[in-house]
Ligand binder design. Structure first.
Ligand code: C5P
Length: 285
């Protein structure tokens, strides 16, 4: 038996635009995504000689073949024609679920990276990301990590310069949002403000944190905020304690703030922790 360990990093959507509905039921999107240090830990035991098993420290996570990490293992073995004599995947969960942070996708990506490493890298990172697309729309980015722009369903990726040095505070309120429902809703509303991707790319190329913050834009944010005004409360706390920009990530319900340093981030966390147990500090990775 061999054991491989991989970090599974959460993602934030610095921008997210929904461009239109496709024939396959998905939507074409364009999004600048950022990997962050908030992570799950994935341990993969290969050739256990026993039936496949998936375990997770969070009892709310499904531990069967519906789990994206399990699907990722299957898809990897199919794509590479490799075989294993039993597999055990153990996930130490820290990324909150149904938050728009890509937790399930991050676990799947970690399994892809771990198995690829074990078999001597038969797939390049970009080929591995492509394999991940059939597991979930955010998996390709979670394979790549760093800062990148994602297009198509999320599978067409282009690396961007690293995010300028900063600290994120992420707050996950109690409520959750159904991603498919939100995509249905967005088809019915007129999108008032869309991201300026050129401006965001320029901000990243020039390393201008203020301009990155100014160009945060997620078309889902106003849709969810209009039904959950609580998000405005969290953003107002962010704003009052030194945030240079704040926004919901993905289809929510987590919101994040960009802070210039840990001192500011710690103060924001303290201000939120009484009302929100799920508050996290993270760095771009
Ligand atoms: O691919 P993933 O499982 O993350 O998608 C969850 C759901 O979100 C899809 O079933 C679809 O309804 C919606 N979705 C979409 N267009 C995307 C990504 C997700 O419509 N680009």
């Amino acid at each position: 038996m061999t054991t491989v360990y991989e970090g599974a990093f959460a993602k934030l959507n610095l921008t997210l635009d929904v461009l239109g509905k496709r024939d396959d039921g998905y939507h074409d999107i364009k999004s600048v995504m950022q990997a962050i240090s908030l992570r799950d830990d994935v341990q993969i035991d290969i050739d256990t000689g026993k039936p496949w098993v998936l375990e997770c420290t969070d009892p709310a996570v499904p531990c069967d073949e519906t789990n994206l990490a399990w699907k990722a293992a299957k898809v990897f073995l199919d794509a590479t024609s490799k075989t294993v004599d039993g597999l055990r995947i153990h996930i130490t969960k820290r990324i909150p679920m149904q938050a728009g942070l890509g937790g399930g996708s991050a676990d799947a990506a970690a399994v892809l990276r771990g198995l690829n490493k074990h078999f001597g890298s038969p797939l390049s990172i970009l080929a591995l990301a492509e394999v991940g697309a059939s597991v979930g729309s955010d998996v390709p980015f979670c394979v790549l990590c760093g800062t990148a722009v994602a297009e198509g369903r999320g599978e067409r990726l282009r690396k961007l310069p690293d995010m300028p040095d900063c600290v994120f505070v992420i707050c996950k309120p109690d409520f959750s949002v159904s991603t498919p429902e939100l995509y249905r809703k967005i088809d019915e509303v007129a999108i008032a403000k869309r991201p300026d991707h050129q401006a965001m790319e320029t901000a990243l190329v020039t390393g201008d944190l203020g301009a990155v913050a100014e160009n945060l834009c997620n078309v889902f944010d106003p849709v969810v905020t209009s039904e959950h005004l609580e998000l405005n409360y969290i953003k107002s706390i962010f704003n009052s304690y030194g945030s240079v920009g704040q926004q919901m990530t993905g289809s929510g319900s987590a919101v994040f703030a960009i802070l210039p340093n840990f001192e500011y981030a710690a103060v924001v966390c303290n201000m939120l922790r009484d009302n929100y147990p799920q508050v996290y500090i993270a760095k771009p990775v």
